[in-house]
Design a protein around this ligand. Structure first.
Ligand SMILES: [Zn+2]
Length: 429
């Protein structure tokens, strides 16, 4: 066996934001159709006015060129995020050398407990696993259930760990590797809208996919207004990895916190953004109560969190809601009471790169839940995250957002450990 890698396979107790109660599990429908508002007319009627950007506004870059700028085309708000891209060709990148990640090729891949051993499951195409060793024609991976398994190299495409990225002015976004984590999944639903129709695990996936779609395309950004246009000022990121792959029901599976963080570490990700929506507010606010948790032991994480808070407030200002939040809302960090040093949240504790947990809006608040049922608001969430990541990786900007020093946190946030019934999503026959 050739050991090549990551050391983050240590099992530890893990926690995530958002306690799940038994009643939530019973009352919440498992259908993911609930992400769409009951009827189109209702949805449209409830949509707040979305500012329509001028198509004649010149991009900032046009002042430095003599060629006339083409008319700007606003980025549209898709009703649904794009379908899953087809799985990569296993023949294209089979040589696996160094730690990294593997993506299950079209048709699925057998997972075995040992190289050549009994098959545990035929894993679904498109799943991405962190990998840390090769033995002959087998590669060792960590499954979505936080378990070690082996997969034939010929049934996956392998990618090495990405080179480091110096976040800041001059950063080339075309080199950026970003892991977008949709919080919760499977029996861990997170919170839910008060009517029970929209579980957090579902809306998080939709937002994650919208963010992926933005990151994989080039844009021109009007940084004054925050409006995104089709254009070339910001290149597509080099690689965007989702921790939960699929649409609707196919994305509704458990993913352990060790898996999520290890995947980002093994990819050499330059940003890990975990998408959540909140419950348990303290007060009514006259502005969105977005909270973003940073990893205080990793340089840059706090700046990323502050930028994201600023961009959330900008994106959400276009919407009317009875906002709620914590008395102190903004960029925050929670420390475990066990040692008063390490991060409280399991995914941040393990992350080796600037990582944040975004609690964009309060899904448990009826007014904000109605917004989260609309494509326009979910797109605004994704666009805020997009702008924050671009600013973080390519500028030295520091946001003027509320920001708080780390605090020891003794609250209960629910366990993020996979339950006994956790299974790796299987390839359809
Ligand atoms: Zn959550």
């Amino acid at each position: 066996m050739r050991r090549i890698g990551i050391a983050a396979l240590v099992v530890a107790v893990a926690v995530v934001a958002g306690a799940v109660t038994a009643s939530q599990l019973r009352e919440t429908p498992t259908t993911t159709a609930a992400i769409v508002a009951p009827t189109t007319s209702t949805l449209v009627a409830e949509l707040p006015p979305v500012s329509v950007p001028s198509t004649t506004r010149a991009p900032a870059a046009s002042t430095t060129t003599t060629t006339p700028a083409p008319p700007l085309v606003p980025v549209t708000v898709p009703e649904e995020p794009l379908p899953e891209p087809s799985a990569p060709d296993p023949g294209a990148d089979q040589v696996f050398d160094g730690f990294g990640v593997v993506t299950v090729a079209a048709g699925g891949a057998d997972l075995a407990s040992t190289p050549g051993g009994p098959i545990l499951v035929r894993a679904r195409e498109g799943l991405v696993f962190p990998a840390d060793a090769i033995d002959g024609s087998w590669v060792r991976i960590l499954t979505t259930c936080d378990e070690v398994a082996w997969v034939p190299l010929e049934e996956v495409s392998a990618e090495s760990v990405a080179p480091p990225f110096a976040a800041g002015a001059g950063g080339d976004f075309a080199n950026a590797v970003i892991v977008v984590d949709a919080g919760h999944g499977g029996p861990n639903i997170g919170t839910a809208s008060p009517d029970g129709m929209l579980p957090e695990k579902v809306v998080n996936v939709d937002i994650a996919r919208r963010l992926r779609d933005l990151l994989e395309r080039s844009h021109t950004v009007d940084w004054e207004s925050g409006t995104l246009y089709e254009g070339d000022d910001v290149a597509p990121a080099q690689r965007v990895i989702l921790t939960r792959v699929g649409v609707g029901d196919t994305a509704d599976y458990e993913a352990g916190l060790i898996y999520r963080a290890t995947l980002a570490n093994a990819a050499g990700a330059h940003v890990l953004l975990s998408i959540h929506n909140n419950a348990g507010w303290e007060v009514e606010l006259d502005h969105p109560g977005s909270d973003v948790y940073y990893q205080n032991q990793v340089d840059g994480s706090r700046r990323l969190a502050e930028l994201l808070v600023e961009e959330f407030r900008r994106s959400f200002a276009a919407f009317d809601a009875e906002w709620v939040g914590a008395i102190e809302s903004g960029a925050k960090s929670r420390i475990s009471p066990r040692d008063e040093v390490s991060q409280y949240y399991g995914i941040l504790r393990r992350a080796e790169m600037p990582a944040v947990i975004a609690e964009g809006a309060y899904l448990a608040n009826e007014s904000e839940a109605e917004l989260l049922k609309t494509a326009a608001f979910r797109q605004a969430y994704a666009e805020a995250a997009y702008r924050a990541i671009v600013r973080f990786l390519t500028t030295d900007e520091v946001a003027a957002a509320p920001s708080y020093d780390p605090v020891v946190w003794a609250g209960f946030a629910g366990s993020g450990d996979p339950v006994d019934t956790c299974t790796v999503p299987a390839q359809e026959e």
